[in-house]
Structures are given as C-alpha cells and as structure tokens.
Design a protein. Structure first.
Length: 92
C-alpha cells in the first residue's frame, strides 16, 4: 500500500484548525474538555517552578489555561509554567 504523506498532513492540519478555531471562539469548552481527560487534575503533584518546588493538589485550569493549584499549606495559586511530577499517595 502506498503511503500518501500529503493526505496525512492535510488531515492533521484540518484537525488542528478546528481545535484552534474552537480555542478562540469558545475557550471554556476547550478548558472543560481538557480538565475532563487530564490525569493531573485532582492529583497530588510536585510542581517545579522557576521560584522552586511546591507540593499540593492540581485543582483544574483557570480561564487563561493556568493550572489552579492548592499548596499543602492550603493556599490556592495559579501556575502559568511548571514541570508537574505526579506523586503517589504514600509520597505525601
């Protein structure tokens, strides 16, 4: 069977285009969908940020797409950038 790279690229771009359009026309639905399929949301994690490491629970995404995060101290913050490490319950 002959593999047509051009057709594959067209399909990828069409799919990307529809999500890109949706992102700007209805960002809330994109955020809701991402939260629904994410394994990070409601998980205990370590976030490595430019300011240092912080431990807590990933709560969801805000309307900008930032990670809503509850530190072990109870303080809630939003992270615009971080490396997220999933931790097991016994790592608490």
């Amino acid at each position: 069977e002959v593999f047509d790279r051009g057709r594959v690229i067209v399909k990828i771009l069409e799919s990307f285009s529809s999500y890109y359009t949706l992102l700007f026309s209805d960002p809330a639905s994109v955020i809701a969908r991402w939260c629904k399929i994410s394994h990070t949301i409601n998980s205990y994690v370590k976030a490595i940020t430019p300011e240092g490491e912080v431990y807590g629970t990933a709560l969801g995404l805000d309307n900008r797409g930032f990670l809503r995060f509850r530190k072990d101290s109870g303080e809630e913050i939003c992270l615009s950038t971080a490396e997220i490490i999933h931790l097991r319950d016994h790592d608490r």
